[in-house]
Design a protein around this ligand. Sequence first.
Ligand code: KG4
Ligand code: ZN
Length: 417
Amino acid sequence: MLFIIKRLTFVVSGSCQSMLRRNVLLCKRACTGPLDTRLVLGIETSCDDTGAAVMDETGRILGESSHTQKDVHLKTGGIIPVVAQRLHKENIARVVQEALDKSGIAPRDLSAVATTVKPGLALSLGIGLQYSLNFIQEHKMPFIPIHHMEAHALTVRMIQSVPFPFLVLLISGGHCLLAVARDIDDFLLLGQALDEAPGDTLDKVARRLSLVKHPKCSTLSGGQAIELMAQEGNRLKFHFKSPMGQHYDCNFSFAGFRNQVTQVISKKEEDEGIQPGEILSCVSDIAAAAQYTVASHIAKRTHRAILFCKAKGLLPQNSPSLVVSGGVACNQYIRKTLQIVTDATGLDLHCPPAKLCTDNGVMIAWNGVEKLRKGKGIVAHTANIRYEPKAPFGTDITGQVKEAEIKVPPLKLKISQ
Ligand code: KG4
Ligand code: ZN
């Protein structure tokens, strides 16, 4: 089947009231002249958030909606894939319809549907993909399959101009990676998590500390709870060894660190004579020390990545940039730590607003828009489209980074909470 990519044309002159059938869209725009745009519906279901957004070619969000499963997963102590799948199934049609309703756009006026197909939880990805395939079949339009991490990497370009190439650090519940973004579909992977991702680690530490029972944290994700508790704590009361000190590469490891934290918690529970499940008196100090160790590990690997890029000429001499995104990038303490690194190395630090760092439909729509503009990755025949729970990110040059064995000079990471 061959599709012609639809372009919605509006003739705008004078009052918005008299305009055509898409009043809502028109009223969101300055009434200045003829307007000719393509529209993308973005759909995200890779993990535990069902998200959808309608966006025009300039990156303007015309309508968005989302449903988070956080409360359910907080109660069960982690994401249970079949539960996530059921909740996506129950919510996806409503979330998409809400995004369309808010935009005032009819499905027939969309130019394409962009949907996360990799990487992520198989059962969650499957719901978004199946819904999207049915949708494009019914409304006859092309499909743009999206790599979730590429979408995180490029979200910032929706907000501000960050030209290629730039260094990107993605820190989330499922991933941790450093890469050079050279184009919308061209990334060099410098380093990645060898075991678990920092968001996952913080979630597990928060669970072990029973923070969900703390009155201030009952509705927060683990990472958010650790950030909040750390504000009241003294990180110097506990010391956790920074991971991978003898590995001069840009890979990450958090599992050994989590083990250290768990041991300290068990010891403190014994000292205080409390059972697992009760909240320790020193919970804030442990949260502060844990957050510091995560932040400093991330900062050291990022520092090395910057020095590697400089040595290899991978970033522009003028205004090189570090972009940080993914759920953990919401953490202000980690952002401040990274700011110390970029200040010391002469890079500009860019982070999307917190709402766009966590999973959402907008970032998927934006990735679709970037692909549509460049005419890349648009699929007319969807028979062979599959979701991929595990998917590589870019061209792997982690071996070259390791070989370079770059020593990072010490940086004082002194951050007020
Ligand atoms: O990007 P995201 O929404 O989903 C994944 O693709 O993983 O990231 C979710 C992760 C969770 O682990 C959550 O605890 C963490 O981001 N997170 C934070 C903060 N807000 C969310 N971690 C640290 N500090 C925060 N403020
Ligand atoms: Zn994500």
